[in-house]
Write a protein that binds this ligand. Structure first.
Ligand code: AZC
Length: 834
């Protein structure tokens, strides 16, 4: 047991509470200290990698000091906190973000400049923290950013994967995956906490408590240790620093000394290997669930450690457990953390001795649940036998939750057996399955979708019966948002400077409503020119990036037409590349003089396919095959270029997004819950070509429909089209047929490779309605081109769009969650009086 000091903290307090001086000399001193004392370099042996590490560690010192202040203060005032539970946090880089938040970018630039480094090169030394797949994981990162910047007491909880999202290489046009060993070099942005470690049990058996119907003792000797790593989340322009607590499976307790002593070296570490694997890799699936046992064990390790940690913090307040919901709100980011519900029940009943009803009341008042998709293949279900084997106690609790829920419904709707079957948490299949979305819904006091259309759809589909049973009020909408810090101020410095000039200061970064003032600049010719110059500079930066990553030279004066996101059939990259093929065909028909008249275009793709998703991988191959033919066709030249940028990431997005003229968000209506890159593109002055789906709709409502190019069928029409196509061959229009013909004539290499993609449309029922939407898609492209020719009109669209994007700041989303779901308030640490 560590000893505590015999005097109070007054001797140290002033030192820990006064801010480290911000002058260049102090910073230089701290960087050199880290260079020598943390990394054992001399100033003579400094390189960019160590310059980055030393600088990052010196920034981290400041963040950790503020981290302490924030948490000490929130503890002291007994603030209610929100805990955002997510299996994914797609953070990206932190160094530049932290410098901007602390307002120390210039100072560090000077310090590094003094030894002959350029800050941008040092920033490029950092590896992305890619602990997520796509939208869901990046949303979690934007949300903890907003919590910190808006001074909400809130923590993220997640897993510290040793290997993040795989790195994508393109070899011979195909995606090849390489492991993302992001922890190979020191990670300045995490703080290990060996003292915060919890045991997590698996398997074993149950012993019923003779005195209580609902209590059990769960005995097992398969116990892993989950150890915390804290990732500070810089608050921009505030002392508050947020936290993401990531769990890693600790292995040293599993070393078997007896086996080692008897010479069985492999056996001695066998337990360590098994444990380590638990938090080794992020499952690379976006919007799909592959039901692997290891994934279930990851989820439980995460939920158990998190619930134990939240309760340990709560116990320090000495308040009765019935008050847990007054001090803690827990948000489930999709169903992946849903085991938190039975885990909290288990602790409250078995360990704390509460009755079922008391425990259930506390649990349901604490949890809320966000759904992010209605794609059937993404719906999490776990076979009952698997759950029962790995987590016998939780399976029992889930049965009871279901039983009591069904009993209540039976009273409400007597005799409606079909209803009971439809809403049962246990699906009566063979084997039986636990429907995690239903468990999350029943265990939560609020359920939300992520855009208006999506929240309506879930009320009419998966949660329809629950709305009837539990009431309308439980089911709400919280439209997604993105952080203006990263997705404007950091990634688009020139446009940010222009906004700052108009607003008068940089306060818009934490209050996006202020960008509205841009509307006053619409007639200012000089401003418009500078606006466009900023866009042009971003395009040049992207052209440079394309050249270094792909070797393809593109003209920054062409229209940049961008679709970057996970490769998925419902997102319809395939439709995009078919339209490119058709455009290529049209260009080939033209005379050189006619081609001269065309708007030159660079069509840019990027995105990863889940490693087991064959169709998505063939789409990547097709894009690359088309690119190869088109780009080497001298007749075509700069009139059309096609680019697939490898290894899409947060950092790549920060270069790509500010450079768009047009970005495509073209999911089949009703399939993209929200989308968030659509928001980022518009915020950066790009125009959307999109379907009437997800947040595109609300973006259109905010910025005005003239600022957005909509096409395609509407969500309510989709079922009828699908029904028709189940029984009838699709009728591709001549444009789509032309694209098919060109592929089938081996224009882009062996047609056999791509025939399955065509077959999915022509024989597979065209589930994503490419044949239905293609004609209006081509029309929309024509409209884009016409509009782009009118430069003045285009610039007006660009400025107007940005001016009207306030709603899509994640600060607005977080404020809504705070007020309507979590019941928490901002607690700026500046007023702490510590
Ligand atoms: C995504 C949705 O597909 C996307 O539309 C949304 O913007 C994003 O979440 C954030 O809400 N969903 C996922 O990434 N994954 C799952 C399982 O839904």
């Amino acid at each position: 047991q560590p000893k505590t000091p015999s005097k109070d903290d007054s001797e140290f307090r002033d030192y820990s509470h006064s801010e480290i001086s911000r002058d260049v000399a102090t910073i230089k001193n701290s960087v050199v200290m880290h260079l020598t004392a943390t990394f054992l370099r001399t100033p003579a042996s400094i390189d960019s990698a160590h310059a980055y590490l030393a600088s990052a560690f010196s920034v981290r010192d400041r963040l950790l000091q503020r981290w302490n202040l924030t948490n000490e203060y929130h503890d002291k005032i007994g603030a209610k906190r929100v805990y955002y539970m997510s299996l994914e946090f797609l953070i990206g880089r932190t160094f530049d973000n932290a410098l901007l938040a602390l307002g120390l970018r210039q100072e560090y630039s000077k310090v590094l400049g003094d030894v002959g480094f350029c800050l941008e090169d040092i920033i490029d030394e950092e590896r992305d923290a890619a602990l997520g797949n796509g939208g869901l994981g990046r949303l979690a990162a934007c949300y903890v950013d907003s919590m910190a910047c808006s001074n909400y007491p809130g923590w993220g909880y997640g897993l510290r994967y040793k290997y993040g999202m795989f790195q994508q290489q393109i070899l011979n046009g195909y995606q090849v995956e390489a492991p993302d060993c992001w922890l190979d070099s020191p990670n300045p942005w995490e703080f290990p906490r060996p003292d915060v470690t919890y045991p997590v049990k698996f398997y074993g058996h149950l012993v019923r408590d003779p005195h209580s119907e609902h209590r059990f003792k769960w005995e097992s000797n398969v116990v892993y240790d989950a150890m915390a790593f804290d990732v500070p989340v810089p608050g921009y322009g505030t002392t508050n620093v947020g936290n993401i607590r990531l769990w890693s499976c600790k292995t040293n307790t599993l070393f078997d000394l007896n086996k080692f002593n008897s010479g069985d070296y492999q056996g001695a570490t066998g337990g360590q290997v098994a444990a380590q694997i638990l938090t080794d890799v992020l499952y690379p699936n976006d919007n799909t669930n592959d039901g692997k046992e290891l994934r279930l064990r990851q989820e439980y390790l995460f939920c158990s450690a998190t619930m134990q940690d939240i309760l340990a913090r709560f116990r320090k307040t000495n308040r009765p457990l019935s008050e847990l919901p007054d001090l803690a709100a827990i948000q489930l980011n999709d169903t992946h953390p849903t085991l938190g519900v039975p885990e909290l029940m288990r602790i409250l009943i078995d360990d704390e001795g509460l009755s079922w009803d008391e425990a259930w009341d506390i649990t349901t008042r604490t949890f809320a649940f966000t759904n992010h998709t209605i794609l059937p293949e993404a719906m999490e279900k776990w076979p009952v036998p698997m759950l029962d084997k790995i987590l016998p106690r939780h399976m029992g609790i889930i049965y009871d939750i279901n039983l009591f829920f069904l009993q209540k419904v039976e009273k409400q709707f007597p005799g409606d057996r079909e209803l009971l079957n439809k809403i049962s948490i246990i699906e009566e299949s063979n084997p039986q399955q636990v429907r995690m979305a239903f468990l999350a819904c029943v265990g939560s006091h609020k359920v939300n979708g992520v855009a208006a259309i999506h929240s309506d759809i879930i009320k009419q589909t998966i949660f329809k019966d629950f709305v009837r049973i539990q009431g309308e009020d439980k089911f709400i909408n919280k439209t997604n948002g993105v952080s203006p810090r990263r997705w404007m101020n950091e990634c688009n410095p020139d446009m940010s400077d222009l906004i700052t000039e108009v607003v008068g200061d940089r306060s818009w970064v934490n209050d996006l409503t202020k960008v509205k003032q841009l509307e006053g600049k619409l007639e200012d010719v000089n401003f418009r020119e500078r606006w466009w110059a900023a866009k042009q500079k971003n395009k040049e930066r992207l052209a440079e990036y394309i050249l270094t990553t792909t070797g393809i030279k593109v003209s920054a004066h062409a229209l940049f037409d961008i679709q970057v996101k996970r490769i998925h059939e419902y997102k319809r990259q395939l439709m995009n590349i078919f339209s490119v093929i058709y455009r290529y065909h049209l260009l080939k028909q033209m005379s050189p003089e006619q081609r001269e008249q065309e708007v030159p275009r660079v069509v840019i793709f990027a995105g990863k396919a889940a490693s087991g998703y064959w169709v998505a991988k063939q789409v990547i191959k097709l894009i690359n095959s088309v690119a190869e033919v088109v780009n080497s066709d001298e007749e075509i030249g700069d009139v059309l270029k096609v680019v697939f940028i490898p290894d899409y990431s947060v950092t790549a997005a920060e270069v790509i997004i500010p450079a768009s003229d047009i970005s495509q968000h073209i999911s089949t209506a009703g399939t993209e819950a929200s989308g968030t890159s659509n928001m980022k593109f518009v915020l950066n002055g790009g125009i959307i070509l999109g379907t009437v789906d997800g947040a595109n709709i609300e973006i259109g409502e905010e910025i005005g429909e003239e600022q957005i190019f909509f096409f395609g069928c509407l969500a309510h029409e989709v079922e009828d089209f699908r029904h028709y196509l189940r029984f009838n061959q699709p009728k591709p229009d001549s444009a789509l047929q032309t694209a098919f013909d060109m592929i089938q004539r081996n224009t882009f290499g062996d047609a056999q490779l791509f025939q399955p993609l065509i077959d999915a449309i022509m024989r597979g029922g065209d589930v994503y309605l490419l044949s239905v939407d293609f004609p209006s898609y081509i029309e929309a492209h024509k409209a884009v081109e016409e509009a782009y020719r009118n430069h003045d009109e285009w610039v007006t669209k660009s400025i107007l769009s940005v001016a009207r994007m306030a709603k899509f700041s994640s600060d607005r989303s977080i404020q809504e969650y705070a007020e309507e779901v979590w019941n928490i308030e901002p607690q700026p640490v500046l007023n702490c009086g510590l």
